[in-house]
Design a protein. Sequence first.
Length: 69
Amino acid sequence: MKFLNLFKHHKDSTFANIEGYSARKDIINRAFETDENYILLLCGPPASAKTLFLHRILEFRKDVYFEHH
């Protein structure tokens, strides 16, 4: 089953500098582990660490495409 690895729990220090948001960290780490293509849409109210997550993703993954309008 191709989505089986999405349910694996992954401990990673990729987002160690971001306090809290453990569910979001887990979802993003599971997306990193899959071999399938994926799109992450970071949305939420102000001060919900969207920019912090984006900066860490861009540092961690060199194959990420980011477009800003």
